[in-house]
Ligand binder design. Structure first.
Ligand code: ITT
Length: 185
């Protein structure tokens, strides 16, 4: 069985990836090495810096992922700042910022970077459009899941199980592209 390292400190992300890769003959191993998340203009830029940093210390093929929530009425905020904003103002803070806003559309974006020694990283991108709720709903998932409903659904991501969330989510879509690539390898 092939194995791949996923460098992440986020358990929620890791379970989603494990769930998805279990159908493929690939074992995914979590490594919480930590890497600096530089403040870039795009998720690709942030992931690209992460890859260069990890490559110097880790000599196996690996993946990292950078994700964020981009809210239209807030001009794309929190976007590349999603982690910091989550740990400071959280879901409640985002709801507060949107209190008087009719426009509640948002998009989750996910970028995977696949890296192997001596090669440039490859990027796989996924998006999920949806709306921001007016209240937090659901106990599952992580991060902004309790305030996000994907288009065409009534449940928030936090009200879905991992498999269900993966069928809609930005991470699930980006991961499908990564899986297609890994199958060919
Ligand atoms: P890494 O160790 O993999 O970098 P992280 O927690 O730092 O994990 P990111 O920087 O990629 O994750 O994501 C930024 C934040 O965006 C994250 O802390 C969550 O609050 C939020 N987020 C990302 N993906 C999400 C998802 O699928 N559902 C809800 N919130 C999400």
């Amino acid at each position: 069985m092939k194995s791949i390292y996923f460098i992440t400190g986020n358990k929620g992300k890791f379970s989603e990836v494990k769930e998805k890769l279990k159908r493929l003959d690939v074992a995914v191993i979590q490594e919480n090495l930590g890497y600096p998340e530089v403040q870039g203009d795009s998720l690709e830029e942030v992931a690209g810096y992460g890859v260069e940093h990890i490559k110097k210390r880790f000599l196996h093929p690996f993946i990292i992922e950078d994700a964020g929530l981009f809210v239209d009425a807030l001009d794309g905020f929190p976007g590349v700042y999603s982690k910091y904003v989550f740990f400071t103002i959280g879901c409640k803070g985002i709801l507060k910022l949107l209190e008087d806003k009719k426009r509640r559309t948002a998009v989750f974006r996910s970028v995977y970077a696949y890296s192997e020694p001596n090669n440039k990283p490859l990027f796989f991108i996924g998006e999920c459009q949806g709306i921001i709720t007016t209240k937090e709903r659901g106990e599952g998932g992580f991060g902004y899941d309790p305030i996000f409903i994907p288009d065409g659904e009534t449940k928030t991501f936090a009200e879905m199980n991992t498999e269900e969330k993966n069928t809609f989510s930005h991470r699930g879509k980006a991961l499908d592209k990564l899986i297609d690539f890994l199958k060919e390898k």
